[in-house]
Design a protein around this ligand. Structure first.
Ligand SMILES: [Zn+2]
Length: 288
């Protein structure tokens, strides 16, 4: 078995699968307002510091995070834009920062080809889809070239599912059920449901991750202490659950990891959720 529990051998890395970096081209004012209302710090002040990836890595060290997936977002009308180039440069030469690109299907005539280029030439190691922010269904034919390319490239697809608090986001596109088609058509492609269907689709997300070997739940943006309320059978499915914070939306990563470790789960399950499952999906050294 590849994944060993802490204390019996290899230490399982701690991985945050869902980070928005402190860099952007622009952010919609309602996003900045939301951060100012919900974060323990003033947005303008902290974001200036976190533009420096070295500062961010020090923060990760303090929070006990070994690796973080850093997400591009090109959601012009709903949240804002952090470009592929910005995240490529932010993560360059930094082993712990794992860049995920965004090939918004409204921006590229051939999103599959663009994804191939971003992975093969720019070093991206995953792709994030934003259906609620960019207004497409996950099982539309125009999205299929993205899945095809990701499958050929051997990279995971992280997908926003469930609710979004920001203006202009449309919930209907966040239904995880649309992923059923994709999971059937691409059985070897890791599909990771960010927020696990947040809102009223928790049961769907859970069921899909049980049904399909390649579908995973990612729990960013959910209060960790409530996970067993949302997913009463979670202890039976811990090899399919992945930790993420949605930083800076959830500002204290360590606190959230500790809250998961405090759930009534065995040590191996906690290790799987906080990094073991992600390490395998990301093919980190020693986990391929
Ligand atoms: Zn997010």
């Amino acid at each position: 078995m590849l994944i060993e529990t802490t204390g019996q051998g290899k230490r399982i890395p701690r991985i945050d699968f869902h980070i928005h970096p402190g860099i952007c081209t622009f952010m919609q004012p309602w996003v900045v307002e939301w951060y100012n209302r919900n974060l323990p710090v003033k947005f303008d002040e902290f974001i200036e510091q976190y533009k420096d990836p070295g500062f961010f890595e020090e923060f990760l060290t303090r929070e006990g995070v070994d690796y973080a997936c850093v997400l591009v977002e090109q959601s012009y009308v709903t949240t804002g834009v952090t470009t592929n180039d910005q995240v490529r440069d932010y993560c360059r030469g930094r082993r712990r920062l794992i860049p995920f690109c965004d090939v918004n299907p409204a921006l590229y005539a051939r999103p599959g080809e663009e994804l191939r280029r971003l992975v093969e030439e720019e070093g991206f190691r995953g792709v994030k889809l934003y259906p609620t922010y960019q207004h497409f269904y996950l099982n539309e034919s125009r999205i299929y070239p993205i899945y095809q390319a990701a499958r050929d490239l051997g990279i995971p697809v992280l997908i926003h599912t469930g609710s979004s608090v920001f203006r202009g986001a449309r919930l209907k596109y966040g239904d995880p059920l649309h992923l059923d088609d994709v999971a059937v058509d691409f059985p070897d492609l890791p599909l990771i449901m960010a927020h696990s269907g947040r809102g009223f689709w928790y049961d769907r997300a859970f069921f899909l991750s049980r049904l399909h070997e390649n579908v995973y739940m990612e729990v960013s943006g959910l209060p960790p202490a409530r996970l067993l309320d949302y997913f009463p059978e979670l202890p039976r499915n811990t090899q399919k659950v992945i930790f993420g914070s949605d930083w800076p939306g959830m500002f204290y990563i360590k606190r959230n990891m500790e809250a998961i470790a405090a759930l009534p789960l065995d040590a191996e399950s906690v290790d799987n959720i906080l990094g073991g499952n992600a390490a395998r999906i990301l093919k980190l050294e020693g986990y391929q």
